[in-house]
Structures are given as C-alpha cells and as structure tokens.
Ligand binder design. Sequence first.
Ligand SMILES: *Cc1c(COP(=O)(O)O)cnc(C)c1O
Length: 394
Amino acid sequence: MNLARRMRSIPPYLFAELDRKRAALRAKGVDVINLGIGDPDLPTPPHIIDALAAAARDPATHAYPPYEGTREFRQAVAGWYGRRFGVTLDPDREVLALIGSKEGLAHIPWVFVDPGDPVLVSDPGYPVYAVATLMAEGEPVPVPLDPARGWLPDLSAIPDAIARRARVFFLNYPNNPTGATADLAFFEDVVAFARRWDILVVHDNTYSEIAYEGYRPPSFLQAPGAMEVGIEFHSLSKTYCMTGWRLGFAVGNREAVQALATLKTNIDSGQFTAIQVAGCAALTGPQDAVRERVARWERRRNMAVEGLRAAGLDVPMPKATFYLWIPVPPGFDSVGFAAHLLEHAGVVVTPGIGYGTRGSGYIRISLTAPDERIAEAIQRIGDRLGVPAPRALR
Ligand SMILES: *Cc1c(COP(=O)(O)O)cnc(C)c1O
C-alpha cells in the first residue's frame, strides 16, 4: 500500500520509546501517574449536561445542523466575546462553529496555503499547526519563541524573504506548552507585522479563561486592526471541561471565517445541534463553575511549583494554562529526562521536543490529574530523584 507523500511528511512519533517504557512499567504492576496529557480531569458542569440531555430529547435537534453552526450558538459566541473582551462580532458573518478548535486549526491551511508557501509556526507550539501546514503541502517555518522575551517571538528576526511569501502566522497565547501570556501591545505589533506583509494571523485562544491571580488574558481581536488581518480560534474544551464534546469556534475577519466555512461545507456537516444547545448554556449561563475549576488549578499550580522547586527543579510560575514548563537539569535532554522521571518516579510527563526543537531542553507537566495524584507525583520526584544531581540516583 502506498501512502500519499503528504502522509509521509508527518514527523516521526517521538515518544514511541517512552510509551513502550510506560507499558512495560504498568505490566510490572508499577502505579504510573500520568501528568502528560492536557485533558481536564474535572467533569463538565452539571447545567451544561442537563442542557444536552433536554436538547437530545427534542427531535428538532436530530437533523443535520446548519453548516455554519446554529444561529443561537453563533449569537451566544458573539455575546460572550462582547462581554468578555469588548469585541463586537457579527454572528452571521464573523462567527463559525467548529467540531472542536483542532478541527478548524487543521483545516485553515487548506484555505490559505498553496503548495510550497511558507507558514510561520511558533516553536515551541501546538503540533497541529505544523502538521496541518504539511497536509496542505505548505512549508512550516519555525518562529522561535524566546524565553528571554517571556516566550514571545522576535518579529523583527523573521527574515523579510520569508515574511514576504508567508501566508499564515500561527500564534497561541496563553501558550501551550510554555504557559506564557501576551499583552495587547504584543498583539498590536503582530497586527503591524501582518499588515506589512499581508499575512493572515491565526490566533489560538484556547486558554483565555485558564488564568490565575485575577489575570484576564486578552483576545487578539482586541488589538486595533486585528479584525482586518486575523482569525481567532476558541474552544469550550478547556474552559468548561468539555474536551470530549468537540465544540469550538472561529471568529474574526469575515473573509477568513467565510472561506473556512466554504471549505467545511464541503467536508463536514457540523456538530450535533444538541451539543450546540449545551454550548449556549455554557457561554450564556452562570460562570461560577469556571471560576471554581480555575481556583482548583491555581491551588494545584501553587502546590506543584512549590514541591518541584523543593525537589531542586527550576520551575517558573505560569500566569495561565494548566501546564508547567520546566527546564531539564544539566546532563539531560527532554526525552531523556522524561524517561528518567518515568523509570525512577513512575511519572509520565511530556518531553518538550514534541512541541518543536526549541522545546528540547524542557518538559511539560499538566495539572489535569486529581490533586492527590499530583501530590503523590511530586512526593515521588522529591524522594527519588534528588535532581539536579542525576548520577546520585543510581
Ligand atoms: C487543547 C488545545 C486545542 C484543541 O482544542 P479542541 O477544541 O478540543 O479541539 C487547541 N489548541 C491548543 C493550544 C490546545 O492546547
């Protein structure tokens, strides 16, 4: 069987060896704690589940949904953007429902990228941006996020020759995996850059609601001029603990939103209407459940940062996201340190290299496991690792 060339362009799966080790440890009866995946362990708030249950019983929800999403859902999204960010959106032209934001992010290069076109992809970054670019036969060009700039890219370091030909620029703040945040001043610089080179900015704002100590991350669309150059992707997955429900949305520049809608009309038939009804309940209903969940992640963050620092790791305190992005101790690379933690502490973390070459000196820990499992993982790391002196462990 011959796979298409574009399938062969998918980067090799880097974690096969780690997966093998994890399976072997489990088979030996080791209690392995998974802090590797960014999937909330807390349940979807009950009023959202109730809305789905009631809507699923209504036969009106059983037919194909409107391609662009139900009018009610698009209005709920526009209302939420207005209340949350002060951004005005036309629900009929500037809002599109998605089957999870990943679906939209994966399709956007099909709409804007011709074979060989450069696409600017933050490094480290969510792997979908580069892979989706490859599927469209574009050329992902890594844009280094600079730790010295709080993991923002230096836009002036992007070569003119690349910027001139680039079609799309993928950005994501609050950022997975680094936990970094961006302010409006940075987004204004991005707007100027995008205008200068006529590039579509694709901003992934999945984590705008997962932020701590009262910090409220902005929308890219709040930057003056952003509606001319940008499209923002958002999701109910992380905010409302709805990863399994598959509901997201794209908002912003109407030409970009409508072009994505045209593509989607030809390949999918939208998300189940009852799930969109539940999405309306999430966006328009009480937000206490979001505050409670964020407070929980904040307590976990504080506990984990303190515990891991006591264990000798140099752990930055993230202002947003449920990730800790931790430089590996001297003598390790990211895969080696992840393997070390797995072998000696039975703890699964994600090697930073999975997010791009700039991630090679880091691991990512996700705080989406139950409190007592995170506490146990930190206890084990402290007891058994004695970092940063890895040799003393043996
Ligand atoms: C989780 C995640 C997504 C995907 O969200 P879905 O709506 O569940 O598809 C997109 N971007 C980033 C950065 C994520 O971490």
